[in-house]
Ligand binder design. Structure first.
Ligand code: NAP
Length: 340
């Protein structure tokens, strides 16, 4: 069994090596999965660049999700069987032909579910579900701003918001993505490279009228989003992609960090606005049942056709570096998938 190890930070073509995996044995409560596909997440790009604080020390196998068949179960696993086809959150270790996962974050999937579609569920769709159904409860008519709306989590959030009948404003950085957002039902697609998103939202008449802002960009985007909220509005921060632009430069990094702004609870109280943070790894560590129910729900709704994960591009495993560069280039739409 082999896996792609991240051996050095930097350019994707020099960062990974295919190496043998040590024998993996599931411990109590775990399963071993023989993988047919794994997905990429933007956090992998940040980890490759050395910008992701939760990444394991090198050499490390990255990867948050695996789709494949269970080949062994650990003690006490009663709900899953050897031979079942599943999607699982792997919490690193995903870029591998065999991966260990917590049984609570492993969900059976139908034989005919596309492997690429399934890779979108354990991380991006589960995160979006937690953000759209648990941390915040969306309602019909809510005015919701979704940043990076054409990306993996963004597409999922858009589909969940539209499912509730929300009015969706979505940002993306190219005309191709804007066309895609329209097709996904985004009511107000905004190309933030052509216009300042906050000015455009004001021009559209939504200044201080947004109910929810989903922000994985961080820095000044966070502060600008907060100002656009209504009383009762909620800003959900779940990433800091703008850190990649600082490229490790200490002054730029401080610039992004201070760009978030400095907030007093008194301001939240008097304006009746909230800030919420999400880190699904912490949720997986502290309360895996929450993660499990999120994955279960998105698997069910994908099976029933209510949610439709979009696979933007599929690569073969030997093209891992290419797949990474593609996601990092910010051209990708939906899920980037790698097949074994
Ligand atoms: N907190 C959690 O537990 C959790 C879980 C999953 C994902 N996330 C976060 O969610 C975000 C999206 O993840 P994903 O895997 O779904 O990736 P993705 O959205 O598919 O890809 C990233 C996209 O972000 C957009 N973007 C906007 N500003 C950017 C910037 N300054 N630098 C880089 N990209 C920028 C780019 O599209 P446009 O420029 O066209 O908009 C890019 O294509 C990431 O920040 C990730 O870390 C967090």
């Amino acid at each position: 069994m082999k896996a792609y190890y991240l051996v050095r930070n930097g350019a994707a073509d020099k960062a990974f090596e295919l190496r043998g995996l040590p024998d993996l044995k599931p411990k109590a409560g775990e399963v071993l999965i023989l993988s047919e596909a794994f997905g990429l997440n933007f956090a992998d790009v940040m980890a490759r660049m050395g910008l992701y604080q939760d990444a394991p020390p090198l050499p490390a196998v990255l990867g948050y999700e695996n789709v494949g068949r269970i080949s062994a179960v650990g003690e006490g696993v009663a709900t899953l069987k050897v031979g079942q086809r599943v999607v699982a959150l792997t919490r690193f270790g995903g870029y591998a032909q065999a991966a260990i996962a917590d049984a609570r974050a492993t969900m059976p999937i139908p034989e005919d579910m596309d492997a690429g579609v399934a890779t979108a569920l354990a991380t991006q769709y589960a995160t979006a579900w937690y953000a759209a159904e648990e941390v915040v409860r969306l309602h019909e008519g809510d005015r919701v701003l979704i940043h990076a709306a054409a990306g993996g989590v963004g597409v999922a959030l858009t589909q969940m918001a539209k499912r509730h009948g929300a009015i969706v404003l979505g940002t993306a950085g190219s005309d191709e993505k804007l066309k895609f957002l329209k097709e996904q039902g985004v009511d107000y697609p905004i190309n933030y490279r052509k216009v300042d998103f906050a000015k455009e939202i004001t021009r559209l008449g939504f200044d201080k009228k947004l109910d929810v802002v989903y922000d994985p960009i961080g820095g000044s985007s966070f502060k600008k989003g907060f100002k656009l909220l209504n009383a009762g509005g909620r800003l959900v921060g779940y990433g800091a992609s703008s850190m990649t632009e600082a490229k490790g430069n200490i002054f730029k990094t401080i610039g992004v960090a201070t760009g978030f702004g400095f907030w007093s609870p008194i301001e939240l109280l008097t304006s009746s606005k909230s800030m919420l943070g999400i880190n699904m790894l912490r949720i997986a560590d502290n309360n895996p049942e929450i993660l499990g129910r999120c994955i279960k729900k998105v698997v069910e709704l994908t099976e029933s056709g209510e949610l439709k994960p979009v696979v933007g591009k599929t690569f073969q495993h030997h093209q891992l570096a290419e797949a990474h560069e593609y996601l990092a280039s910010r051209q990708s739409i939906g899920k980037v998938v790698v097949l074994w």
